[in-house]
Ligand binder design. Structure first.
Ligand SMILES: *[C@@H]1O[C@H](CO)[C@@H](O)[C@H](O)[C@H]1NC(C)=O
Ligand SMILES: *[C@@H]1O[C@H](CO)[C@@H](O)[C@H](O)[C@H]1NC(C)=O
Ligand SMILES: *[C@@H]1O[C@H](CO)[C@@H](O)[C@H](O)[C@H]1NC(C)=O
Ligand SMILES: *[C@@H]1O[C@H](CO)[C@@H](O)[C@H](O)[C@H]1NC(C)=O
Ligand SMILES: [Ca+2]
Length: 454
């Protein structure tokens, strides 16, 4: 007994000692539940980002209430873009105004106005049925504020729904409002006045473009406009346009990711410069439970002159060098596992190895054996296809232990995409079982990729 007891005690102490470190992240894992340094889900949807000195600020919609109605604009700080600490709310509801708890405040973006040494927040300001189509502006003397609300209006008298702002790199730091106008039909770029309090004139207009969720990143003298089309909360293939002048002419639209992935099931929120490249920062909205919508961040590779998302399950940043690094892992095919119950081998060219396992759940499961672990907690990406129009989910059990549930977004039947789960694999061989004891069907499992990082 003593021989058994001591290793157990050592293991428990190790686990206890290990757990605070496990919550400190070094890597970006899109689609995981991102928590702040207090362990709470990060509530900063439709985000805006700003760097002040060596601190990064993330402003966004607090959707903890799961509704579209205005709760707060949150403010988080970080020195590494990975560990985020929640600060005071930057903007809170004011009853009797256009930013009450029965109104809409979305896509908050903040600019620093050098002339007035003032932070200016712009946001989509609307009524609950999105009928007002306005922008709102608020100002503060420090990045997180709290901000003083100045008002909401239709820029130059026209609609403005999904929007962002862009600050140019000229001496005057000329800035612009980018917005879906005229009932989301025309996309406009309007110059801001020198205070950043209002727009002065439209400098570029793309009629009938039906764009929303815009962002501009400028690299090497070229402006890249990234935006989605309009499909409500559902993702669509986001596009880019380029121009050597912000007034255009803009190139015709091109893809930033394979069309079938619908931008890896996300919508653009912000495009952050990183060296000669950028970071695509998007939202994977869950319209049914908005507060658990996930953040999808990927490197946006600009080396070819055409921004392309680099799909990376696990990746890291070197901010000082302005570079990123994509982790590689070890793949295990689902079809090589032990299939039981109603689970069935599927054949299809979309699958790695031409095969996947379907009918997981409702008595069907697959166990992937001999999965090498490092005993330190690590990320595992599940690659699957879900042909439904809604989410599925799968249970995951390691070495016969308790199951965790992983959400599986709709991908389309012929498109395989991944969702991450952090598993405690023991050092050496492990068996991982998918969908045992689950009374609904999971997505079709193609393979898993096991990463060393946790
Ligand atoms: C996040 O913070 C933890 C704890 O301070 C640290 O170990 C980790 O390296 C940080 N991540 C990055 C990317 O700096
Ligand atoms: C929002 O939905 C999530 C997921 O279902 C749930 O955990 C959370 O409690 C909900 N929040 C509120 C305020 O109901
Ligand atoms: C913004 O500017 C327009 C004219 O360009 C003006 O009509 C409008 O009143 C201004 N709005 C605010 C809030 O200053
Ligand atoms: C899993 O998905 C099914 C629908 O396929 C749903 O009924 C169930 O609530 C989901 N379970 C969890 C834990 O999300
Ligand atoms: Ca496969």
């Amino acid at each position: 007994m003593t021989q058994l007891f001591i290793p157990f005690l050592v293991l428990s102490l190790f686990t206890l000692w290990k757990s605070p470190l496990a919550s400190a992240e070094n890597v970006i894992v899109s689609g995981a539940a991102w928590t702040d340094t207090s362990g709470n889900l990060i509530q900063a949807h439709g985000g805006g980002f700003l760097k002040v000195g060596s601190t990064y600020y993330w402003f966004g919609e607090d959707k903890a209430s799961n509704t579209t109605l205005f709760h707060d604009v949150s403010c988080y700080t970080s020195t590494d873009l990975i560990n985020w600490t929640r600060q005071n709310n930057a903007l809170s509801p004011i009853s009797g105004t256009m930013i009450s708890t029965s109104d809409i405040v979305e896509r908050p973006k903040v600019l620093f106005n050098q002339k007035n040494a003032e932070y200016v927040m712009w946001f989509h300001s609307d009524t609950s049925n999105y009928g007002a189509a306005m922008v709102g502006v608020a100002t503060a003397k420090s990045p997180c504020g709290p901000y003083t609300y100045k008002g909401s209006w239709k820029p130059l008298g026209a609609d403005s729904r999904d929007m962002s702002v862009f600050q140019d790199d000229d001496a005057a730091q000329t800035s612009y409002l980018l917005y879906a106008s005229d009932n989301n039909q025309d996309f406009k770029i309007a110059q801001l006045d020198s205070n950043y309090y209002n727009v002065t004139s439209v400098v570029s207009q793309m009629n009938g473009a039906t764009l929303e969720a815009p962002g501009i990143v400028k690299r090497n003298g070229v402006y890249y406009l990234i935006a989605s089309h309009t499909s409500g909360w559902a993702p669509n293939p986001n596009k880019f346009f380029s121009a050597s002048d912000i007034a255009g002419p803009w190139s015709s639209q091109q893809d930033i990711a394979p069309e079938a992935t619908n931008t890896y099931s996300s919508q653009n929120a912000f495009d952050f410069p990183l060296g000669s490249n950028a970071i695509y920062m998007g939202d994977r909205w869950r319209s049914d439970v908005l507060g658990v919508s996930r953040y999808i961040w990927f490197p946006l590779d600009l080396s070819s002159g055409s921004p392309k998302i680099v799909q990376a399950d696990v990746w890291s940043l070197n901010l000082a060098a302005g570079t990123y690094s994509v982790a590689s892992g070890t793949s295990y095919e689902a079809e090589s596992g032990t299939i039981s119950g109603s689970a069935t081998l599927l054949t299809g060219s979309q699958f790695s190895g031409g095969k996947a396992v379907g009918y997981l759940g409702v008595g069907g499961s697959v166990t992937i054996n001999n999965v090498q672990g490092n005993g330190q907690g690590q990320w595992v990406a599940l690659y699957f296809a879900n042909g439904d129009s809604t989410y599925r989910n799968t249970t995951v059990s390691v070495n016969g232990g308790p199951s965790v549930v992983v959400d599986q977004m709709n991908t389309g039947e012929s498109t395989v995409m991944s969702a991450p789960v952090r598993l405690n694999l023991r050092s050496g061989s492990n068996s991982i079982t998918f969908s045992a004891n689950q009374n609904t069907y999971a997505a079709d499992l193609d393979k898993i990729i096991v990463y060393q990082q946790g």
